[in-house]
Design a protein around this ligand. Structure first.
Ligand SMILES: [Zn+2]
Length: 262
């Protein structure tokens, strides 16, 4: 983690007035891939590019989650009881003063940690896709991410960097952070989270390519198991030209690393 904790983007002019909309990408690398212009990568191509696709078929469908599950609030009393039981099972007395309100607080906290189940990508993308004659790489890096390991129900936290090469269409910059939020606020494994973010962006703007890198620290590793305080897990998904073209991929990774503090 670097100290700023802010999302940073290399395409900060995208949302300003039309006359100043040309990108101000730092030229670490002047390479431009002409072949990607005017050629959107279809969803099929993207899907074909994902290795081990079978393992992720259900994730593709997960992009179409049914809406309106916010009735989860009604489950709070049940969840509270469950946490009361849990306290008993670990040998505590749920009626002692210090714990009397804990089951309800814990239930609400768990609701918050998993609030991504209540949101859909479609909600987020409303009015956030712009036609833009922009064919330079867009990178948003160090998006803070808080998720829950589905194997141990403990947090894994870290940062996400996303890059894509637009093909006529760009995504509102804040929406990428929202996509990260929707998928991370669920029970997850880091590999799936990484792919879901990449595929959501692909589905939204059908870019020439997408790269996603997630770097996270898993409490199930830090607090138990190997107990390595600084162990980080890094996962990446590269689709389209990010996968096929080494220079595009390297440009993305170089921009990602730069000022990441590592
Ligand atoms: Zn775990």
């Amino acid at each position: 983690m670097n100290g700023t904790g802010r999302d940073r983007s290399y395409s900060g002019t995208l949302n300003s007035s039309p006359s100043s909309r040309r990108p101000t990408l730092p030229r670490f690398n002047s390479f431009q891939a002409p072949y990607h212009r005017n050629r959107a990568m279809s969803i099929d191509e993207t899907v074909a590019a994902v290795s081990n696709l079978a393992a992720y078929e259900e994730d593709v469908e997960a992009l179409e989650l049914p809406k309106g599950t916010s009735s989860r609030e009604n489950l709070l009393p049940k969840m509270k009881e469950t946490y009361q039981d849990l306290l008993k099972h670990i040998g505590e007395d749920p009626t002692r003063p210090g714990l009397i309100n804990t089951p309800e607080r814990a239930a609400k906290a768990m609701m918050f940690f998993t609030k991504g189940y209540d949101e859909t990508i479609q909600d987020v993308l409303n009015d956030a896709i712009f036609d833009e004659n922009h064919d330079q790489m867009v990178i948003i890096k160090d998006i803070e991410m808080f998720s829950m390991c589905e194997h141990h129900l403990v947090p894994f936290i870290g940062k996400v960097s996303v890059g894509y090469l637009p093909n006529q269409r760009v995504l509102g910059l804040s929406k990428i952070a929202r996509i990260v939020e929707i998928y991370s606020r669920r029970l997850q494994v880091q590999e799936r989270l990484t792919k879901q973010i990449a595929m959501a962006i692909t589905e939204a703007v059908q870019p020439a390519g997408v790269g996603v890198v997630v770097e996270a620290s898993h409490m199930c590793m830090v607090m138990r198991g190997v107990q390595k305080l600084n162990a980080k897990t890094i996962t990446s998904t590269m689709l389209g030209v990010f996968r096929e073209d080494q220079r595009t991929r390297e440009e993305f990774l170089t921009l990602c690393r730069h000022s990441c503090g590592s």
